[in-house]
Design a binder for this molecule. Structure first.
Ligand SMILES: Cc1cc2nc3c(=O)[nH]c(=O)nc-3n(C[C@H](O)[C@H](O)[C@H](O)COP(=O)(O)OP(=O)(O)OC[C@H]3O[C@@H](n4cnc5c(N)ncnc54)[C@H](O)[C@@H]3O)c2cc1C
Length: 408
């Protein structure tokens, strides 16, 4: 059996590793458009700050250890699902018995002038190398980042640490508007400002401008901002363009069932490229985060190996690692009841709906995040002990589990 995995991010790599745990015989080919061994995007900032590759790369002998024929720099351009064939950009035709689509997501920058040279992003190692190369060349002293989602915040912190003056534009009134509630966002904004990042909130970038090369951004109110490097971090979209004409059902991302099978026979999909049911709401969406990519890669690997495994839906979860204070958020950012407690400069906010935890945001003390996540995913009724949820010790050993099991 010949299995082709397209994409060498966390979803593709986890699928390959899981499959190999159960099946040493299948021929496994992994294709990556990029000229690198498999890597993990969340580790890129650390890599550029410390020079360490330990979490960035799978070890050089990864393909050999897992019996994978790894072909880097091979971009796939088309899928002929009926004849079980892939077409690469170079025109090569590759036959498969089973296929895994794990092509992740790409930058989405809906500003005019977004095709001008000189607009950088941090969405892949290839793109990040270009940006950091420009910064390290010493030519750049100022940076303007359009979009204050979690990748934008990560870039802002990295570039400040690399010595640049950084301004961040965000069209909505707070940073990370999709995932943070306004209070937690206010906290993160305070930390960013304390680091010297200039935040321009409620300022919508209309177009990148420049004569042959981008050197500024025009804001909707008519103001123009200039910087030595311009970075777009305005959102992501699943990498599905290459599936056009394949007959595969796609919406926002590739449509899959709860075993992560696509609508074409013998074709699975996992990671940022997938549109799947949200664990909390049941709505189909793309929750483009690392834990979902790994969880889905595992399910695909098991199903390829002949096990019948279903997913429980995708999670919403984010963490910020480089602010100097940990921030962990998960689930929804509102509910019919909000519990909040500030302590030691940190903050814990819980969102309840019908007596159940549907989301939480933690700044500073984050040790209880795992317990909260478990309560949330189990849809546990927390009314009987909800006041204890805010205690600093909740989540540490017996306090949480005693409460949950009714022994307190
Ligand atoms: C800077 C940054 C920081 C992040 N930090 C966090 C974090 O802290 N926590 C978190 O949960 N998530 C984080 N994420 C998101 C997380 O990295 C993604 O959810 C995860 O990488 C998705 O894995 P994936 O394998 O689906 O896709 P990707 O990691 O995007 O991998 C896709 C792979 O497909 C390849 N590919 C794409 N198109 C083609 C093609 N046509 N042909 C061949 N190969 C192709 C690419 O080269 C790549 O190898 C971060 C993302 C970025 C960019």
């Amino acid at each position: 059996m010949r299995i082709i995995i397209v994409g060498a991010g966390p979803a593709g790599v986890t699928a390959a590793e899981t499959l190999r745990t159960f099946d040493r015989a299948a021929e496994v080919v992994m294709l990556s458009a990029e000229p690198y061994p498999p890597y993990s995007p969340p580790a890129m900032a650390d890599h550029f700050l410390t020079g360490s590759t330990s979490h960035l790369w799978r070890a050089d002998d990864w393909p050999k250890r897992f019996g994978v024929e790894y072909r880097m720099g091979v971009a796939v351009a088309g899928l002929e699902a009926e004849s079980h064939r892939l077409r690469t950009q170079a025109g090569e035709l590759l036959e498969y018995d089973k296929l895994v689509i794990a092509t992740g997501s790409r930058l989405y920058a809906p500003l005019e002038g977004n095709d001008l040279p000189g607009i950088y992003n941090f969405k892949s190692l290839t793109a990040a190398e270009e940006l950091v190369g420009r910064v390290r060349s010493g030519e750049a002293r100022t940076a303007l980042i359009v979009g204050a989602g979690f990748i934008g915040v990560e870039i802002a912190v990295l570039l400040r640490k690399l010595g640049l003056e950084v301004t961040m534009l965000e069209m909505l009134g707070q940073v990370m508007p999709r995932v943070l509630d306004p209070e937690t966002a206010g906290y993160v904004e305070g930390v960013l400002r304390g680091m010297g990042v200039e935040l321009r909130l409620g300022a919508k970038g209309k177009s990148f401008i420049g004569n042959g090369r981008a050197d500024g951004v025009l804001i909707e109110d008519g103001e123009t901002l200039h910087a030595d490097v311009l970075i777009a971090s305005t959102g992501v979209r699943p990498n599905i363009d290459w599936l056009e004409g394949s007959g595969l059902e796609v919406g926002w991302g590739v449509r899959v069932d709860d075993r992560l099978r696509t609508t074409a026979p013998d074709v699975f999909a996992s990671g940022d490229v997938v549109e799947a049911a949200d664990r909390l709401t049941g709505e189909r969406s793309v929750n483009a985060i690392f834990p979902n990519a790994v969880a889905q890669g595992t399910v695909v690997g098991l199903n390829l190996a002949g096990h019948e495994v279903r997913t429980e839906g995708t999670d919403r979860m984010n963490s910020l690692k480089h602010l100097g204070v940990p921030v962990v958020v998960a689930g929804l950012k509102d509910g019919d009841e909000v519990l909040r407690r500030r302590r030691n400069g940190g903050m814990r906010t819980l969102f309840l709906k019908d007596g159940r935890l549907v989301g939480f945001q933690m700044v500073g003390e984050v040790a209880a995040a795992g317990v909260f996540r478990s309560l949330m995913n189990r849809r546990q009724d927390v009314r009987a002990f909800k006041d204890r949820l805010l205690q600093p010790t909740f989540g540490q050993g017996t306090v949480a589990w005693g409460a949950i099991s009714g022994k307190m």
